[in-house]
Write a protein that binds this ligand. Structure first.
Ligand code: KG4
Ligand code: ZN
Length: 353
């Protein structure tokens, strides 16, 4: 019987998310509670604070996902939960909740790798997406280029040697005094539309390294120096900046974004070449993770992919940023082939995890 329902739980970073998904790919519910407000107030994630924020809302988020899906726990076939990578204090909140739910209703557990989930959710969206395919995963903590040969079989073509591209977006936004009540990426994307992307000549990272790895630490430094030399004061929010100040901030945002994405383009170009040598039948490049919700990123990568006669698969923005659907879906893919753990005992102590 191939019709079943999985609950997915995600708490690896600063979003508490849950979703209920049917094995057919139908999304029955999707709930995300963001800590963006908290981040804006304190200027970053402190693990202990993030853990507390997850703990406060996890019960409610999961309950809402179940209610909105119009199912009962007894209709579920399994519970999927992100087990890494991420902040361990935060991951633990999700894992505890998953084990408690699974224990009470005698459900198997599926431990999910966060980055695998970012990649596989593309298969929920695009039913034609078969293995092998390539994936560029771009988020706040990770930058990965992979060749997905089969479920659970991934070749890493490139990774970041320091910061991820999302981190560079977030810092640039902070230094430019942008409103961080939502994350930095969308704020930069919006401001960049007003700016001249060629006004500042940032250099493309790692041009001399003919591989598929990434580096954003150097670009961050270039941006910081450009901001300093233009006397931009992050303490003055952009909403209070005068016309000239605003346009100079926009120029930095646009110039940063152009080079940040050129680096992605260059690496993808090379990775496609490598991957086609290993698996000539590849037809798709998946781009996923929070930064993949950026329209400019999508448009630029679409050109690279088309030039190489491949097709770009990009989940909708709500499935690119951290969410419970991708975890539930990855659970479904694993459950189907028998990869899951037995239900935990109903009386397992809370602090077991
Ligand atoms: O995948 P994700 O939600 O969480 C992690 O696994 O890290 O990615 C979050 C990252 C943040 O750095 C955020 O600024 C970035 O994705 N992001 C964007 C956009 N939306 C989110 N970056 C650029 N443009 C966007 N529109
Ligand atoms: Zn993520």
């Amino acid at each position: 019987d191939d019709d079943f329902i999985v609950l997915g739980i995600e708490t690896s970073c600063d979003d508490t998310a849950a979703a209920v998904v049917r094995s057919s790919g139908e999304i029955l519910s999707q709930v995300v509670s963001s800590q963006a407000d908290l981040l804006a107030r304190y200027g970053g994630v402190a693990p202990k604070m993030a853990e507390e924020a997850h703990s406060q809302v996890i019960d409610q988020v999961v309950q809402e996902a179940i209610d909105k899906a119009n199912v009962r726990e007894t209709d579920l076939s399994a519970v999927a939960v992100t087990i890494g990578p991420g902040l361990s204090l935060c991951l633990r909140v999700g894992v505890r909740k998953a084990r408690k739910t699974a224990g009470r209703f005698n459900l198997p557990i599926i431990g999910v790798h966060h980055m695998e989930a970012h990649a596989l959710v593309a298969r929920l969206m695009e039913k034609k997406l078969q293995f092998p395919f390539m994936a560029l995963l771009i988020s706040g903590g990770h930058n990965l280029l992979i060749l997905a040969q089969d479920l659970g079989q991934y070749i890493q073509l490139g990774t970041t040697i320091d910061d991820a591209v999302g981190e560079a977006y977030d810092k640039t936004a902070k230094w430019l005094g942008l409103d961080l009540r939502r994350s930095g990426g969308p704020a930069i994307e919006e401001l960049a539309r007003e700016g001249d992307a060629k006004s500042i000549k940032f250099s493309i990272p790692m041009k001399q390294h003919k591989d598929c790895n990434f580096s954003y630490a150097g670009l961050k430094t270039q941006v910081r120096l450009a901001i300093k030399s233009r006397n931009i004061d992050a303490e003055i929010p952009i909403s209070c900046a005068n016309h000239q100040d605003r346009s100079s901030r926009a120029d930095i945002a646009a110039s940063f974004q152009r080079v940040a994405v050129l680096h992605l383009e260059e690496r993808c170009e090379r990775a496609i070449e490598w991957a086609l040598n290993i698996e000539p039948s590849i037809k798709h490049l998946v781009v996923s993770g929070g930064v993949a919700s950026n329209q400019y990123v999508r448009a630029q990568l679409d050109q690279v992919v088309k030039k190489n006669s491949l097709q770009l698969v990009c989940p909708p923005p709500s499935l690119c940023t951290d969410n419970g659907v991708m975890v539930a879906w990855t659970g479904i893919e694993h459950f189907r082939v028998g990869r899951f753990d037995p239900p935990p005992p109903a009386d397992e102590p809370e602090d077991f995890v």
